[in-house]
Design a binder for this molecule. Structure first.
Ligand code: 5GP
Length: 203
């Protein structure tokens, strides 16, 4: 497995997917890890593109089968990362990008420390986050309130991340994200370091 993992966390509404799309030409080929969730699709979201949308029963079957690298309950729904596609992408040497919450970040870091670079992406303030969530208007007020309460907790984990990106101006945040993504590719896992030492000594 010679790829690398880039974990992105931050409140829903921080603009993570916009930033990834915006920066995609600057970061070269990557594999975006499509999560599985029990929440309902929002308007415009597609199964197999944004998420794999499944029932609670199906999700719990996958937990039992050990199919997840990590999973967590966020805003009352299950969200999880399937292990198999991640392993395959890493084996192909790809940069694998995760958009997961702070609990997921902790779990992935604990399991795959060698491979992980992480960034917390956030709007500049709580009031700006509220403004964006209401402007997006893809969720009802209760759901938005839950996301805001969750964000107030998530921000406290910001110190656990390698990098912080403040998404104030999208072009600037995307440029910073591209810098982080390209640095993540350079991270060497233990196996690569051992190979390098071996080669270095022999040549
Ligand atoms: P949303 O419902 O806005 O798409 O996502 C809600 C939260 O769940 C976001 O913070 C997102 O990063 C997180 N999330 C999405 N997929 C996963 C996953 O596979 N695992 C974990 N732990 N969190 C996820």
């Amino acid at each position: 497995m010679n790829g690398a993992i880039l974990v992105l966390s931050g409140p829903s509404g921080a603009g993570k997917s916009t930033i990834i799309h915006h920066a995609s030409e600057q970061i070269g080929a990557y594999h975006f890890s499509i999560s599985t969730t029990t929440r309902s699709p929002r308007a415009g979201e597609q199964d197999g593109v944004d998420y794999y949308f499944v029932s609670r029963e199906a999700f719990e079957e996958d937990i039992k089968a050990g199919a997840f690298l990590e999973y967590a309950t966020v805003h009352g729904n299950y969200y999880g990362t399937s292990l198999k596609p991640v392993k395959e992408a890493l084996a192909q040497g790809k940069l694998v990008i995760f958009d997961i919450d702070v609990q997921g970040h902790r779990l992935v870091r604990a399991k795959m420390r060698d491979y992980v670079t992480s960034a917390f992406i956030t709007p500049p303030s709580l009031s700006e986050l509220e403004k964006r969530l209401y402007a997006r208007s893809t969720d009802n007020n209760d759901v938005i309130q839950k996301r805001i309460e969750n964000a107030k907790e998530e921000i406290k984990a910001i110190g656990e991340f390698d990098f912080v990106i403040i998404n104030d101006v999208v072009e600037k945040a995307s440029h910073q994200f591209a810098t982080v993504a390209n640095a993540a590719r350079l991270k060497q896992n233990q196996e690569e370091l051992n190979q390098l030492i071996h080669y270095w000594l022999e040549n």
